[in-house]
Design a protein. Structure first.
Ligand SMILES: [Zn+2]
Length: 132
């Protein structure tokens, strides 16, 4: 029998990292009433469209040393942290419970993370709006 579990764990973790990246995008855009589909991901400071390296979860942040490659404005540390937490939120239950029950539990954890992060971002945005 093929040892498929390590590959499946790595794949599911990668999917969760990408979902973590999407959570960052949703938390940034939804409170402002912007679309989560369009325009493509870009630097909020200079407008440069992000490329494959920028979009790599966690690694993109490390490669760019936390700054935009064009205008060097800072990318918040929360971005790779949320991506990492999403990855761990999938990897831990998959390793603990096995691939399929673990993937289901991991999806629930990542969805809960998405709701929590997006809600907190919306509250913060509303508070900033009130403060002016
Ligand atoms: Zn920029």
């Amino acid at each position: 029998m093929l040892p498929i579990t390590p590959f499946l764990t790595a794949y599911l973790t990668f999917v969760a990292l990408v979902l973590g990246s999407f959570i960052n995008l949703a938390a940034d855009r939804l409170p402002r009433g912007e679309s989560i589909l369009w325009p493509r991901s870009h630097c909020r400071a200079c407008g440069r469209q992000l490329n494959a390296v920028d979009l790599l979860p966690v690694l993109g942040y490390a490669v760019r040393r936390g700054r935009c490659a064009t205008c060097h404005s800072e990318i918040g540390l929360s971005a790779p942290i949320i991506e990492g937490v999403a990855g761990l939120g999938m990897a831990a239950p998959v390793i603990w419970l096995g691939p399929w029950p673990g993937a289901l539990a991991g999806l629930c954890l990542v969805a809960a993370l998405g709701l929590a992060v997006t809600s907190l971002a919306a509250r913060r945005y509303a508070a900033d709006e009130r403060a002016g």
